[in-house]
Ligand binder design. Structure first.
Ligand code: KIV
Length: 288
C-alpha cells in the first residue's frame, strides 16, 4: 500500500482513497490497555499541517495538534501565547490531511482553566471548527472536575501531567519534574485523579523514569510518555524535534533525521545555481 497521498483540492480528502476508510477511535485507543497491560504501544506524533499529517498518518495511532506549534511554527517564546484560533486552524488542516489516526487537539492556555463551562465552550469550538476527535489539556487534580464535565458532555479528553509547559511561569523553566518525594507523589496523584475523572489517556512529560513507570502501573487508562519511560503505554515526540529541525535537542528527544542540515544544504545548492544562472535548466522552462 502506498504511504503517500495527494490532497484532493476539490474535496480536501486524500487521493488515492486510503483503505481502510475507518479512522481509529478514542475508545479503541483507550481499550489498547486492558487489565493493566498494553500489548500494542500507542504511537503518537505532533502534526500541524495537512502535508505533515499525510506523511505521518499511516504510521501513527494518534496525531496531536500540540500547542508546541507556538514555538515550532510561530516562533513564539512559549505556549502561553497560543490562541484558540491558531489551534482550530491547524487542527482542521491535520484532520483534512489524515484518514487513519485519531486527531487530538491541545486546548491553549487561558481557554479552559477558569471553569468547566468555559472549558466546554472552548473545546466545543475546537472540535466543531476542526473535526478533531478529542482535546488535550494540562494539569492534574485541579483539572479533574473539568475533565469529568467535558467527558460527561461528549468531549473525550487526554490529560497531561508532570512537566506542563503552559505552567512555565509558575514552574520557572522546563526542567524535569519529580525530583522530590512530594513532587513524585503529586504526579502519581494527578494522573490517578484524571483517570478517575474519565480521561482516555494521559501524557506524562519530563519526569524521573521510575515515576512514569509507577503511574503506568497505577492507572487503568493508557499513559503516553515524552521524557517518561519505555514502560509507558505509548510514546509521543514533537515531530520537528525528532526530524532534526532544531539545533537544541532536549535529552528525551531522539533525532531520526537531520532535516535542518538537509534543508540548509538544498537551499545552499539552489542559491548557488540561481547565482550561476544554471537554474532553471532546460527541464524547468517552457519552450514555445
Ligand atoms: O504541545 C505538544 O506538542 C505537547 C506534546 C509535547 C505532548 O503537548
Amino acid at each position: 500500500m502506498s504511504t503517500t497521498f495527494q490532497l484532493e483540492t476539490s474535496t480536501s480528502r486524500a487521493n488515492p482513497t486510503p483503505q481502510p476508510m475507518r479512522r481509529l477511535t478514542v475508545p479503541a485507543i483507550r481499550k489498547r490497555k486492558a487489565d493493566g497491560h498494553t500489548a500494542e504501544p500507542i504511537v503518537m506524533l505532533t502534526a500541524y499541517t495537512a502535508r505533515q499529517a499525510q506523511l505521518l498518518d499511516p504510521h501513527c495511532d494518534v496525531l496531536l495538534v500540540g500547542d508546541s506549534l507556538g514555538q515550532v511554527i510561530y516562533g513564539l517564546p512559549s505556549t502561553v501565547h497560543v490562541t484558540l484560533e491558531m489551534m482550530a486552524n491547524h487542527a482542521a488542516a491535520v484532520v483534512r490531511g489524515s484518514w487513519h489516526a485519531v486527531v487530538v487537539v491541545d486546548m491553549p492556555f487561558g481557554s479552559y482553566e477558569a471553569s468547566p463551562e468555559r472549558a466546554f465552550d472552548s473545546a466545543a469550538q475546537l472540535l466543531k471548527a476542526s473535526g478533531a476527535a478529542a482535546v488535550k489539556l494540562e494539569g492534574g487534580e485541579a483539572m479533574a472536575r473539568t475533565v469529568e464535565f467535558l467527558v460527561q458532555r461528549g468531549i473525550p479528553v487526554m490529560g497531561h501531567v508532570g512537566l506542563t509547559p503552559q505552567a512555565v511561569n509558575v514552574l520557572g523553566g522546563y526542567g524535569a519534574r519529580g525530583r522530590t518525594e512530594a513532587e513524585a507523589a503529586k504526579i502519581v496523584g494527578d494522573a490517578r485523579a484524571l483517570c478517575a475523572a474519565g480521561a482516555f489517556a494521559i501524557v506524562i512529560e519530563g519526569v524521573m523514569e521510575p515515576i512514569a513507570a509507577a503511574v503506568t502501573t497505577a492507572i487503568s487508562c493508557p499513559t503516553i510518555g515524552i521524557g517518561g519511560s519505555a514502560q509507558c503505554d505509548g510514546q509521543v515526540l514533537v515531530t520537528d524535534d525528532m526530524l532534526g529541525m532544531f539545533e537544541r535537542v532536549p535529552r528525551f528527544v531522539k533525532r531520526y533525521d537531520d532535516l535542518a542540515g538537509r534543508i540548509s544544504a538544498a537551499a545552499e545548492a539552489y542559491a548557488g545555481e540561481v547565482r550561476a544562472r544554471t537554474f532553471p535548466g532546460p527541464d524547468q522552462i517552457y519552450q514555445p
